[in-house]
Write a protein that binds this ligand. Structure first.
Ligand code: SIN
Length: 535
């Protein structure tokens, strides 16, 4: 059955924003506030995605004795040599304004007795600077406050269950998006500005803290349109997911360690102090790998918050408390079993300091983008911050763009009528296991090559309509290729066969993608000569 494209008025807007997390909501509100008509698309519902799951908070230099300069310095230090210091400064400086804007739109942030913002501490931050809401429900509160504004805005049209399949290109750049709607119809949505805010790819891994929607769709969308990607090999594993039989795994926020909770093995022995002077508050990659190694030696690892949090647990960490209680645990009186799990993708669509990609008319913000602020290891609670800051910067840079003449015609496509989440469950499971084993906390050449060989076969096995599995296979392929090429260990990227950081690899790997019959093929930018690499 062929399906006609929908009417012009219905399918046309000044700006299309894909994704309704904090980045997408912020960009949509900013664009509409500047008088533009916006279509805001989500493959799920308005409140789907990773943002509402974010616990810890938003890092911002709001406290006495803190400054954006200190915050930027911590960000650079955590990023293992690959953070762009100018972007870190932008994010830290604009972050203070972003918090003020949140207050203006009615976000209810946690406060102390005198009405001052209550600031938590997380690993590798030199100050207490984590702004939080609802104890450990910061993302949910931000999405609530932003979502209420978006839902009431006369220039924003929200389209739920709308899967962006392809960026339509015209002579001058972006011309819109080909979108499959929940009832299976495909339509071309025309706009000369498209903002990708599609989130991350945590679902690529067997163990993750990310919701089912986090399948890396934006990476494939942008790559297929010819946009440059960068830092794709860097995936952050959160040290403390609750080790229970659940998928995804519940997150035990790092703020627990910020309050003094300790990591112990089954004998009650702490082991982090031997790994790093900051012990439990060492950078996230250090803590995650230390736990992983301990477990590989046959130990079990627990987060013990009995002394540090104790009876305050239900009030200070209500979401974590609820997750523990659902698993039959009481963290006031027993330690919580933990395991590292995929949590955040530092890499993504390469953007400049306004969120512009290498394709005219295409912007990206939030986890799908790679601004350069996270480097090889993101500092905790810098992601909601980056989403707020870059969502606003994207909206401010949507200047006129004329690339709206289509190159070629779009055929009216057949209705697949397929539930992307349910499609190809066996292949989805297999790819997630493969990624966990071969593209996970520790990688090596043999494992990466094996994974890439299987992924190119998997590409050929993808059934029609399995959009999410297609995204996962593509993301795994790009990640595997970038990880194979980076012959060193740096931040979250650990190669067993190249166990240390190497000076000649201190650069960000940019790549472009060609979609061939056997899946995505990467073309990497040539490696700079050693003398061109910053010391
Ligand atoms: C957490 O609450 O530990 C997560 C915060 C983050 O990933 O930035």
């Amino acid at each position: 059955m062929s399906v006609p494209l929908r009417g012009r008025g219905h399918c046309e807007a000044d700006v299309l924003v894909v994704g309704t997390g904090v980045a997408g909501l912020t960009a949509a509100l900013g664009a509409a506030g500047a008088g533009r008509s916006v279509q805001l698309l989500t493959k799920g519902e308005l409140t789907s995605g990773s943002s509402p799951w974010a616990q810890g908070g938003v890092a911002a230099a709001m406290g006495a004795g803190d400054s954006p300069e200190l915050h930027a310095a911590d960000t650079v230090a955590a990023g293992a040599g690959l953070v762009d210091p100018e972007v870190a400064e932008i994010v830290a400086r604009d972050g203070v304004l972003a918090i003020r804007r949140l207050v203006e739109i009615g976000a209810e942030l946690d406060r102390g007795a005198r009405g001052e913002l209550s600031l938590g501490r997380e690993a590798a931050h030199s100050r207490h600077r984590i702004v939080h809401a609802g104890g450990d429900s910061t993302g949910a509160e931000l999405v609530r406050a932003l979502g209420r504004r978006v839902a009431g805005h006369p220039r924003i049209r929200i389209l739920e269950h709308a899967f962006a399949e392809r960026v339509a290109l015209g002579d001058g750049g972006v011309a819109g998006l080909v979108v499959r709607h929940g009832d299976g119809r495909r339509a071309l949505h025309r706009a000369s500005r498209v903002v990708l805010a599609t989130g991350g790819l945590g679902q690529l891994y067997r163990y993750t803290t990310n919701p089912p929607e986090a399948t890396g769709d934006g990476l494939l969308l942008a790559a297929a349109a010819g946009a440059r990607l960068v830092d794709v090999e860097f995936v952050q594993f959160h040290p403390t997911a609750l080790a229970v039989a659940a998928d995804p795994l519940p997150l035990l926020t790092e703020a627990l360690r910020g309050e003094g909770a300790t990591l112990v093995d089954e004998r009650g022995e702490r082991f982090l102090a031997a790994e790093h002077p900051a012990a439990e508050l060492a950078p996230r990659d250090v803590v995650a790998r230390a736990i992983w190694r301990r477990q590989a030696q046959g130990h079990r690892v627990f987060l013990d918050a009995r002394a540090a949090v104790g009876e305050r647990f239900p009030r200070r960490f209500p979401s974590v408390f609820e997750a523990c209680r659902s698993a039959g645990l009481d963290p006031r009186i027993e330690a919580m079993p933990v395991v590292p799990a995929a949590h955040y993708h530092m890499g993504g669509v390469a953007v400049d300091d306004r969120g512009r990609t290498s394709i005219g008319g295409l912007w990206a913000c939030g986890e799908v983008s790679a601004t350069g602020v996270h480097g090889a290891n993101r500092l905790a609670s810098n992601s909601l911050l980056e989403a707020l800051v870059f969502g606003a910067r994207v909206a401010d840079s949507l200047d006129s763009h004329a690339g709206d003449r289509l190159r070629g015609r779009f055929e009216a496509a057949s209705a697949a009528g397929c539930d992307a989440r349910a499609a190809a469950p066996g292949l989805r499971r297999e790819v997630r296991e493969l990624a966990w084993e071969r593209l996970g906390l520790e990688r090596d050449r043999a494992g990466l090559e094996l994974a890439l060989a299987r992924l190119s076969e998997a590409w050929l096995e993808l059934p029609e309509g399995a959009s999410e599995v297609r995204s996962l296979v593509a993301a795994a392929t790009l990640l595997g290729a970038a990880a194979l090429r980076r012959e060193e260990s740096r931040g979250a990227h650990r190669r067993a066969d190249f166990p240390v950081a190497r000076a000649e690899w201190r650069f960000r790997q940019f790549l472009e993608v060609e979609l061939g019959a056997r899946g995505p093929q990467c073309r990497f930018e040539p490696r700079p000569a050693l003398e061109q690499v910053p010391a």
